[in-house]
Design a protein around this ligand. Sequence first.
Ligand code: ADP
Ligand code: MG
Length: 693
Amino acid sequence: MRPVVLFPLFRPVTALPGLGPRLGKLVEKLAGPQVVDLLWHLPSGVIDRRYAPKIAEAPNGRIATMTVRIDSHAAPHNSRHPYKVRCTDETGVLELIYFHVKGDWLERQMPVGATVVVSGKVEWFHDTPQITHPDAVVPLESKDEIEAVEPVYPMTAGLPAKTLRKAVRAMLTDVPELPEWQDAAWRSRNGWPTWHESIRRAHTPEDEADLAPTNPIRRRLAYDELLSNQLALTLVRMQQRRLSGRVIQGDGRLRAKVAAALPFSLTKSQAGSLEEIYEDMAAERRMLRLLQGDVGSGKTVVALMAMLNAVEAGHQAALMAPTEILARQHAESLAPLCKAAGVDLALLTGRDKGKARQAVLDRLASGELPLLVGTHALFQEDVAFKDLALAVIDEQHRFGVHQRLQLSAKGRAVDVLVMTATPIPRTLTLTAYGDMDVSRLTEKPAGRKPIQTVTVALDRLEEVVHGIHRKVQEGARVYWVCPLVDESEQTDLAAATERHAFLRATFGDRVGLVHGKMRGPDKDAVMAAFQAGTLDVLVATTVIEVGVNVPEATVMVIEHAERFGLAQLHQLRGRVGRGEKPSSCLLMFDPQLTETARARLKTMRDTEDGFVIAEEDLRLRGAGEVLGTRQSGLPEFRMADLAVHGDLLAAARDDAKLIVDRDPDLAGERGQSLRTLLYLFERDAAAKTLRSG
Ligand code: ADP
Ligand code: MG
């Protein structure tokens, strides 16, 4: 359970003064729903109000705080003109300028003859210094109310900066002192303050230097987060191992049949990965292995062999895909091979209901059904296996550690194999999959032809359409991916629909459309038609991104390629070049390119190696973004920026390993503090794997 000392941080933000339901919503949008989210919402700037000149000395454009006497008020004759308050000191006259003033609050706030302290940006207009809408005006006796150095937070529209600062100040008074979880020697070597001190200072910067991610305060906080990440992964991995595995070792009879039925032989990396997988399965401990391989590198057949290994030994195996389309496709491509091996395979998705679904469930429960392919519907409670021994999860980036634990709870000592087509740079594999062993498929199956990639400006659309038309007449099958307009499905859809209509007008009716808003069966029907060749062109939004296999497709057109990330472009391009015929990829771009977009397109032209592309992506975007996108499902860091704190990651991993070696239950004094750290960063799932105490 979450330690009591953290309770103040896990209240809703509306528990803070000044944040009612309405402003609370804005803070939630900005930082997150809980107080702890505000803790991680660090200032991105500072305003220094310590400069206190006389009026005549105040330079144009600088923030100044001045003590002045109110001389007179001048209300405008009409509302287009500003309200002016004339102030003086012994050196000159300062005007305070206000627009759209209603009522007499200015006269009440600044009675003539009073001495006040004003702070704001000075601008000289003709020969008079002015401050338009001062940031603060207070009576002389309350001058301490003006913060000498004011943190500036990233903001959202409608939320007053002052309100946010006030809420943060209140939060800081409530921030608990937490027991130190860092190794004492390590902390002192780095010269890092305590956690409490770090948080306080991170929110009360004195100058720009205090905001730098490289300063000790920010580094300490980054390290805390990385340590929580690595510790969580290490604990989950250990738990997988501790839950004793089983020795699973088939006799090879089914695999031999499949090998004989395959029209190809396995590549060296496929065979090597299988060796590693068989070894894991045969060992007493649980397998938790990641199979990384580019699109088209042949992960499916590896998965099948691993599953058959379990079936040969008398157990069941399941393959889970992130989408309905993919689950179906897996089932379809595995069916003939399973048939050759004489093994029964069923499909279970959220769309299966009633009797048919019940029949599958019954056969699963009785053990009669050895192989199941499905979507996350496999998580549902009524899905019970008689003896699940291996779970294969395709396209990991849609699932998290939590789901992995859930699925492996479906059986006794379930071995888990995760497959991902997202090549991740080595440095990042650690943060995302630190809890897993890794096998990599580094070669493409033999006979693959390279994909010819060209970039074309969008204003040559007509030429492209003609070229494609010619190819279609020669029998090519074409994917046409429509631009991501503004991440809103509505507008994406409009663009795709329009392109579909346009291409139909040119090519005739053998042009299909598939998008995310379509109902499952409709989507399947279009995909099937494209697969069967009754459609020549498939216009799509990015729904085809993941895994779809149509070896006959040889042309990929991507409109507004500059709007896609490298990883996405690579995934999309991987849809072609899967068959015997040479393939090509057309990246159409808006000539108004940013430097980064230009570099991305160049990378795409230069290489097809997913791992090289991933490294380049990391270089161009920085680790924060590679790991940071919500869609990726990879961990998002709030304090750590791997582009700057990358060196801390390896240290955190070693630290985590040592901790778990010495005190696997986190029962010692430091262990207890580390539990607090896990909860602080909301790694609850990992903390829950620990025995209580
Ligand atoms: P991935 O899932 O890694 O993207 P797939 O498993 O869908 O790739 O394989 C892509 C295609 O390559 C499939 O048509 C598959 O039959 C074929 N394939 C797999 N392994 C080999 C191999 N060793 N040699 C030739 N073709 C292969
Ligand atoms: Mg696949």
